[in-house]
Structures are given as C-alpha cells and as structure tokens.
Design a protein around this ligand. Structure first.
Ligand SMILES: NC(=O)c1ccc[n+]([C@@H]2O[C@H](COP(=O)([O-])OP(=O)(O)OC[C@H]3O[C@@H](n4cnc5c(N)ncnc54)[C@H](OP(=O)(O)O)[C@@H]3O)[C@@H](O)[C@H]2O)c1
Length: 149
C-alpha cells in the first residue's frame, strides 16, 4: 500500500520505518523537499522509502499518518491540501502540547475541544492530561500505563 507519513520527527521516522518493514511504500512529508531528516530516513529505509513536501506525500499516500508538531498540524494539513486528503483515511497522532513554559508541557487545547475536533476525539486522548501530570509529578517521562479491564 502507498502510505504518507507527515512529519520528520522521532514519531514519523518510527512509524515510517515500521510500515516499510511491513512491505509498504512510504513517502515522508515535510515543509520542504530535500529536508535533511527526511533524506537521512530515506537513505536508511531502502527503495520503498521516499520524501517530499507535505503536499507530495499527501498526494502519494492512500492512507495518511499525521505526526507533526501539534501547534503546526493545521498548517501542515493545509499545506498538504484538502483535495489531496479528500476521501482518505487520516490517522492523526499529533498532540496539542504546549512547551512554551518548559518541561513538562501543558496542553494548548483541552476540556472543550481537541486538536482533531472533539467529536472525533480518540479514546486515548483522555490519557494525555494524565500523562502530562504524571510527568510533572515524577520528574521524568519514563513510565508506562497499563489498562486493565
Ligand atoms: N499519540 C502518541 O502516542 C504520541 C507519542 C509521541 C508523540 N506524539 C505526537 O506526535 C507528533 C510528532 O512528534 P515528534 O516528536 O516526532 O515531532 P515534532 O518535533 O513534534 O514535529 C516534527 C514535525 O513538525 C513539523 N513542523 C514543525 N513546525 C512546523 C510549522 N511551523 N509548520 C509546519 N510543520 C511544522 C516539522 O516539519 P519539518 O520536517 O519541515 O521540520 C516536522 O515534520 C507530536 O504532535 C507529538 O506530540 C504522539
């Protein structure tokens, strides 16, 4: 399958590489073709890996993963272009994290809305405030949650 991964950070690279290992063709998108991080990711992921602008990637993928910095996600999606995203499944894993007051971050959207529109909010989105507060209380982000039914 042809898949777009918008984002050149740790998350985009990890998801992109995992999709390549599963046999998919992946195009990584960023603000500019020839992005240094995207080129390095392509170089280490073989012939099924390519890179381009957000628009290039969105046009390429039948499925689109969004792994951009939260505050830039809407700009990235606008750059990708509504016409290139129309009718495609879009998996948005970006978070509305606010790092302006240092670490740990807080949330720049919460309570009454979410980054991806509260009507489509994921179940895991409820975890985000808990994650941020646990980070603040423990002083580090190295912990896991176990969900027990
Ligand atoms: N759901 C989860 O479990 C989970 C876990 C970890 C992280 N996340 C989220 O995943 C996302 C990616 O995290 P990350 O650490 O890999 O990367 P990141 O540093 O948060 O984001 C990197 C991407 O954002 C783009 N970007 C930055 N500023 C921009 C702007 N002004 N306009 C357009 N694009 C811009 C960059 O574009 P360029 O490539 O052009 O520089 C790059 O592709 C974040 O939202 C993070 O909160 C989710």
């Amino acid at each position: 399958m042809k898949i777009a991964v918008l984002g050149t950070g740790m998350v985009g690279k990890t998801i992109g590489s995992a999709l390549i290992k599963l046999g998919h063709e992946v195009r990584m998108g960023s603000r500019s073709k020839g992005n240094e991080k995207a080129l390095a990711w392509v170089a280490s992921n073989g012939a099924n890996a390519s890179e381009g602008t957000f628009a290039d990637a969105a046009g390429f993928g039948d499925l689109v993963f969004v792994a951009t910095k939260g505050e830039a996600t809407l700009d990235a999606l606008n750059a990708a272009g509504a016409e290139r995203l129309a009718g495609k499944v879009l998996v948005d894993i970006s978070n509305p994290l606010d790092f302006s007051k240092g670490m740990p971050p807080s949330l720049f959207i919460c309570n009454t809305d979410s980054l991806g529109d509260i009507t489509t909010a994921r179940g895991t989105e409820m975890l985000l405030p808990l994650w941020v507060r646990t980070w603040a209380a423990t002083g580090n982000g190295h912990f896991s949650f176990k969900v027990v039914r």
